[in-house]
Design a protein around this ligand. Structure first.
Ligand SMILES: Nc1ncnc2c1ncn2[C@@H]1O[C@H](COP(=O)(O)OP(=O)(O)OP(=O)(O)O)[C@@H](O)[C@H]1O
Ligand SMILES: [Mg+2]
Length: 403
């Protein structure tokens, strides 16, 4: 047992206030900051590989869901000048640009770009002054101490935020279901996790992680479609992703679906140029990749195998508790039929334990929603790390109050 979850989120949104109590008498907290914080709601930010989700504590859904792909106009290559084209600007821009992803497989690989993208979201989209708001930020569940320090540095030194809290994504996902013990099975855009949380403690030493998720399914779907005679390229990934989300599904019985007459497998999908393509067995074959990543060339374990490996490291009591609370989280678990297939396969692996799978319709934003609940609890408010504490003690106060 490695990590403490400080609070139960039960009763969460009723308590929602979103206001942060203040260290009124401390010298280094400026009066302006204190006044501003009193009047503002805390922010909640989840920096995923595919989307940054931002909004205000106490809300039911993130107000801003923005691709973090940072585009540097091509004509600027070589210059140090940064041009942040994110969100609406990015969609509306016709400037030739090179896409840069600052988060890969859930891990920040380019802190400057993450900061630029967030700055853009705060200022251009949310129209807020970050120095006036406390922020609860999600961090990957197997995040290193150094990375936690980098998050704190960015928020306090880059954005001058008055107070912050960092929380593991698996914890937050679990809170979105109102649970304190669960097996969190999370698959997003670039990374998937199986994280056991027992009575509030995340068992990080047996948490399983694999570096594939929705993006890999999208690439695999493109490959399958091209093998069927199409000529999609990487520039059309957004279209393929849309096709995946609208037309694809996880088969409950692969052999049975494969033996269906072709017309029953097929649906038409309208491309952005108005033409239609017919998609057949690719619809369910692509979804197999989460169970057999070898299909797209990965040697890592499939999601079910990862779950089994994780559970095998738990004692019988914990296994029972975990199997009674399997929580599906992240966008890729939204694939139609995924929950049913996962349930079926898990029940075959553990026939005596009757696994119970929960799949909330909001699970795509489970991390963010859990953060929104946590940050708005009255009992949480002492766990904000204020800037004066950070200035005095450095990152140690983060580890004390957050993890
Ligand atoms: N209905 C759907 N069917 C299939 N896939 C879906 C569906 N809805 C969303 N997705 C996929 O979920 C992924 C995004 O999930 P999510 O927002 O949880 O990821 P993220 O938090 O940005 O990334 P990560 O957690 O991996 O760092 C995308 O690949 C998207 O295509
Ligand atoms: Mg995520």
């Amino acid at each position: 047992i490695q990590t403490r979850a400080s609070l139960s989120p039960r009763g969460g949104l009723e308590e929602a206030a979103g206001m942060v109590p203040l260290p009124v008498s401390h010298e280094s907290a400026t009066t302006a900051n204190i006044k501003a914080m009193k009047e503002t709601k805390a922010l909640v930010v989840d920096t995923g590989t595919g989307h940054f989700k931002c909004g205000f504590a106490g809300d039911l859904w993130p107000l801003y869901v923005v691709s973090p792909t940072f585009r540097k106009p091509t004509w600027e290559a070589g210059s140090n000048q940064r041009e942040t084209l994110v969100g609406k600007e990015l969609q509306n821009s016709s400037i030739p640009s090179t896409p840069i992803s600052p988060v890969r497989h859930g891990t920040v690989v380019d802190w400057n770009s993450v900061q630029d993208v967030l700055k853009c979201i705060f200022k251009a989209e949310m129209k807020i002054q970050p120095e006036d708001h406390a922020v609860l930020m999600s961090v990957p569940s197997l995040c290193s101490t150094t990375e936690k320090g980098k998050y704190a540095e960015m928020l306090f030194e880059g954005f001058h935020m008055p107070a912050i809290h960092l929380a593991y994504q698996s914890h937050l996902s679990m809170y979105s279901y109102g649970k304190t013990s669960a097996l969190v099975v999370e698959s997003g855009h670039g990374v998937s996790y199986v994280a056991p949380v027992y009575e509030g403690y995340i068992l990080r030493n047996i948490t399983g992680k694999v570096d594939y998720a929705g993006l890999d399914i999208t690439y695999y779907l493109m490959k399958l479609l091209n093998e069927s005679g199409n000529t999609f390229t990487e520039h059309q990934l957004n279209t393929i992703q849309d096709l995946k989300e609208k037309c694809c599904y996880t088969s409950l019985d692969l052999q049975q679906d494969l033996s269906l007459p072709v017309e029953k497998q097929q649906v038409d999908y309208k491309l952005p140029d108005g033409h239609f393509i017919t998609v057949g067995k690719e619809r369910f074959l692509c979804a197999e990749a989460l169970f057999k990543p070898v299909l797209f060339g990965s040697q890592q374990q499939g999601l079910l195998q990862l779950t089994l490996t994780c559970l095998k490291k738990c004692n019988a009591d914990v296994i029972r508790k975990m199997l009674g609370n399997v929580l599906l989280c992240g966008g890729s678990t939204m694939m139609e039929g995924f929950a049913e297939r996962f349930q079926k396969e898990l029940a075959t692996m553990f026939p005596c334990d009757c696994p119970i799978i929960a799949a909330s319709p909001q699970r795509k934003a489970a991390v963010w929603i859990g953060g929104s609940i946590l940050a708005s609890l009255n009992s949480f408010q002492d766990l904000w790390v204020h800037r004066y504490e950070y200035e005095e003690h450095g990152s140690t106060c983060i580890f004390k109050k957050c993890f």
